[in-house]
Structure formats: structure tokens, C-alpha cells
Design a protein around this ligand. Structure first.
Ligand code: F6P
Length: 363
């Protein structure tokens, strides 16, 4: 490939705070290198449908600049390009249509910003069409192999901390227990990372599957100890990851039945859900978005394909940025599977840490 003249960028899957910061950085970095940028609307759905919009325009002096009206992007949550969970992209026909659309619009590369499902799609597309594809990890779940951080995780954690602090204020006023469910379909990363920061009393994770009866018994003991006259805790906070199969409401009901004899104990449940996906990206998310965007634009310049830009991943090809490496998307897929099935050292390390502090949390 000669010097790239035009690249496309899309955001896919669950939105994550900092996606816009990454797109903004890509626009400015590409424009200063004389590369035009087109945005794909609604992720892979828009790619298949050929929904493109120009994100750069030519200046009278022959340079390039962002199209007007985007200067607010770096500081905003969500994704202004739109996103989708695209069933059509799962088929070879869907990806062939996407490849045709990319060729029709005349781009030299595609940058995909999204989670492990979106990046797996990017890997398949890279193998099936001639257009080079580069991935940038973004998902609040932090369940993408080969990168320590994905864009959006830090903001989500800060939102969880703020929400739990607020819930603790009201919980303490009534000596209540709260079960707070946080997102993470296949990953307990948000719950386990927030647990210490919010001084939770217990944390339930999909990576540590347990019998429902055993969990209820342990939580009953926790409530009895915590609200005893000797310990006199003002509130109990139980963090539960979405991926734990027992519904939060059932857990609360079972628990309430067990502590029926305790006077004045009440339990409330809160599902933070999508609340945690929105909001202005933190400094950290803006910073890693900008640095990974630089890695991605350089990867386009270097003619790479089928790779992901990684943050502090401890693997892959080095770049001038000491914390940014380039990891083959195939390795990202393998590492993601290992994160999930527990065979990854990272999962073992995280679970080891949380196991060590369980007793401390409960005290
Ligand atoms: O983006 C990941 C995630 O936030 C998961 O934690 C959650 O299960 C899922 O997205 C929710 O997806 P949707 O917005 O499609 O309901």
C-alpha cells in the first residue's frame, strides 16, 4: 500500500466513555498527516449499509481540518457516530457487504473501536477483505484480552464509586443493607475493582461460581455479624456483578427471609446498569484514548492490519510510546477466552487479590 490517503473509523458494541475522545484524536492526528477521515454511522450496521460521513474537510491552503461542529467531542461520553450490536455482521455475506462498502467509499484502512465481540468481527473482516483493519479496545467491562485497560473502564469505575458513596450515605442513615449490581455480563472486573474503593462488605463475581445456598448463608452470617451490637456497622454494602446468575431480587428476598428475626434490618437493591456506561470520560480514559489513537494512526501509516492497539498489555510489538503495543487480533481473541475461563494469569492474579481481602472487607 502507498501512503494512506483516507481512513474510516467506527464504534461498535456497547458504547464506552472515551470512544469520542479516541475518534477526535484520530481525526486530528490523521488530518495533520494529510489523511482524510470518514466516520461510519451505527457501527457494523452502518458499515454494511454504507452510512458514511466526512469527519475532515479540505482547507483552502490544501491542508485538512476536522469538519466544523466536532470540537466538543473529546470531553463527551457515548459515541456520536452511533453504535450497534450487529447480527448481520456475524455472517460471511454481511462482512462481504461491509468490505464492498469500504472499497466503494475508497478508504485505505478501517479503525474499529469496541469490545471483544467487535474486535473479533474486525479480525474476521481483516481476513476476508483487502482493506487493512486496526482495532482499539473500548468496553467498560474490561474483558478484552491482551490489554490491561480498555477505554471506558476508568470512567465506569469512578461512576460506581460515586454511586456507592451516595448509596452508603442513605444506607447509614437507616442502618440498611444494599445489594448493588454493576454491569459486566461475563466479567466481574468492575465489581472486584470497585469493592475496596467503596469499602464494600462482600463482592460476588461470575469468575468465582458458587452454589446459591452457600452464598445466601455467607451473606446471612455477614448481616448478623455486621449489625450485631458488638460490631454495630452502620451499613452493609454487597457488590454483585451482573454475570452472577442469581437474580439480585431473589438474593435479597432469600436473605430477608433468613434474617427475619433481626429487628429493624432492611435490605434494598439497586442495579446501576447503563448509568455506569454514560458520562464524561475521566482524565485516564481521555489519555489512553489519545495515546491508543496515535498508535492506531501510526499502524495505518505502517500498513499493518488485523492488529489491536494495546494499553500496557505486556505483549506484542513495541511502539515509540512505552505503554502502547501492537497485538495481533488473533492473540486478543485467545487471551479473551483465557480471561473468561480463568486460565489467564491475569484472572488468577485478580481473583487471588480479591480472595485475600474478602475477610478484610467483611470485618
Ligand atoms: O458493553 C458491555 C455491557 O455494558 C455489558 O456489561 C452489559 O451486559 C451489556 O453491555 C448491556 O448491553 P446492552 O446495552 O445492549 O443492553
Amino acid at each position: 500500500m502507498g501512503s494512506p490517503g483516507r481512513l474510516a473509523v467506527l464504534t461498535s458494541g456497547g458504547d464506552a466513555p472515551g470512544m469520542n475522545s479516541a475518534v477526535w484524536a484520530i481525526i486530528k492526528l490523521a488530518a495533520t498527516r494529510g489523511i482524510e477521515v470518514v466516520g461510519v454511522e451505527r457501527g457494523y450496521d452502518g458499515l454494511i449499509d454504507g452510512s458514511f460521513r466526512d469527519l475532515t474537510r479540505a482547507l483552502p491552503d490544501s491542508g485538512l481540518a476536522p469538519v466544523p461542529g466536532l470540537d466538543w467531542l473529546a470531553a463527551t461520553g457515548g459515541t456520536f457516530l452511533g453504535s450497534s450490536r450487529c447480527a448481520r455482521f456475524h455472517s460471511v455475506e454481511g462482512r462481504a457487504a461491509a468490505g464492498t462498502a469500504l472499497r466503494r467509499v475508497g478508504v485505505d484502512a478501517l479503525i474499529v473501536i469496541g469490545g471483544n465481540g467487535s474486535l473479533t468481527g474486525a479480525h474476521l473482516l481483516a481476513g476476508e477483505c483487502e482493506v487493512p483493519v486496526i482495532g482499539i479496545p473500548a468496553s467498560i467491562d474490561n474483558d478484552i484480552g491482551g490489554t490491561t485497560d480498555a477505554i471506558g473502564v476508568d470512567t465506569a469505575l469512578n461512576t460506581i464509586v460515586e454511586a456507592c458513596d451516595r448509596l452508603s450515605d442513605t444506607a447509614r442513615s437507616h442502618s440498611r443493607a444494599f445489594i448493588v449490581e454493576v454491569m459486566g455480563r461475563n466479567s466481574g472486573f468492575l465489581a472486584m475493582s470497585a469493592a475496596v474503593a467503596v469499602a464494600a462488605d462482600a463482592v460476588l463475581l461470575p469468575e468465582q461460581p458458587r452454589e446459591e445456598g452457600e452464598v445466601v448463608h455467607e451473606l446471612e452470617m455477614l448481616l448478623r455479624r455486621s449489625f450485631s451490637a458488638e460490631r454495630g456497622k452502620p451499613r452493609v454494602l454487597i457488590l454483585k456483578a451482573e454475570g452472577v446468575p442469581t437474580p439480585t431480587s431473589r438474593l435479597a428476598e432469600s436473605l430477608l427471609e433468613r434474617v427475619d428475626d433481626l429487628r429493624d434490618v432492611s435490605i434494598r437493591t439497586v442495579t446501576l446498569g447503563h448509568l455506569v456506561r454514560g458520562g464524561h470520560p475521566t482524565f485516564h480514559d481521555r489519555m489512553i484514548a489519545g495515546r491508543m489513537a496515535l498508535g492506531a494512526v501510526n499502524a495505518v501509516r505502517d500498513g499493518l492490519s488485523d492488529v489491536m492497539v494495546s494499553w500496557h498489555g505486556g505483549m506484542g510489538r513495541r511502539t515509540p510510546d512505552p505503554l502502547v503495543t501492537i497485538v495481533p487480533l488473533a492473540e486478543m481473541i485467545t487471551e479473551t477466552q483465557r480471561l473468561r475461563d480463568g486460565s489467564s494469569e491475569l484472572t488468577a492474579m485478580r481473583l487471588g487479590l480479591i480472595t485475600q481481602v474478602r475477610g478484610v472487607l467483611a470485618l
